[in-house]
Design a protein around this ligand. Sequence first.
Ligand code: 13P
Length: 247
Amino acid sequence: MRKKIIAGNWKMNKTPKEALELVHNLKNKVDTDKADVVFCVPAIDIIPVVDALKGTNISVGAQNMHFKDNGAFTGEISADMLIEAGVKYVIIGHSERRQYFNETDETVNKKALHAIEKGLTPIICVGETLEQREKAITVDFVRIQVRSALKDVSAEQARHVVIAYEPIWAIGTGVTATSEQAQEVCAAIREVIGEIYNDDVADEVRIQYGGSVNGSNAAELFSMPDIDGGLVGGASLKDDFGGIVNY
Ligand code: 13P
């Protein structure tokens, strides 16, 4: 039985002071017995947020990292830096990074491999545009994204990876995929993982849905057989996140 995993992606929101206010407000409102809970915060908020979450079972995640150990990469952050700061998860290949920061299937794969080698759990994001959905190529496209992201990842390593299915048309739009649409793609992701590895690995990998998840739609989405929780943007910055985790 896969444990649900619900992660908040704060994106570029909350100064360190505001981050602490949000954490103090939320940390006693989320039940970490039934689901793993992760706050993916801006890099500058990581250290204070890790500190503020001491004594809880809430983990901290980063929103990006570089695939090299160190070096002349101005503005980037390394896995070792994140780990020393107390980070356990890292979002890789969010559609906003693919769209605005030239993230490609190739860099997503390099980052995923590097995160895994270092002991971080990658939350690998995949998902189609509205145009792709209208052309009915969603499943084919997402299958390619998953295969590319997991290239050279071993079966043993793949077990611990988290995949987030985030249809781009549902992100920040208030338009959520129906539970059937989300289930269809999450099932296809599990199927392709089974083809790359085996049924055992496919059964273990946790697959999240993301895109306008809120307190009113979380329960239905997360009750679908192949949806193991959510990656939550806007609603993770509000009290609503407590309701989503405790759905
Ligand atoms: P919203 O929940 O704001 O639609 O964002 C989803 C997302 O991009 C999470 O990574």
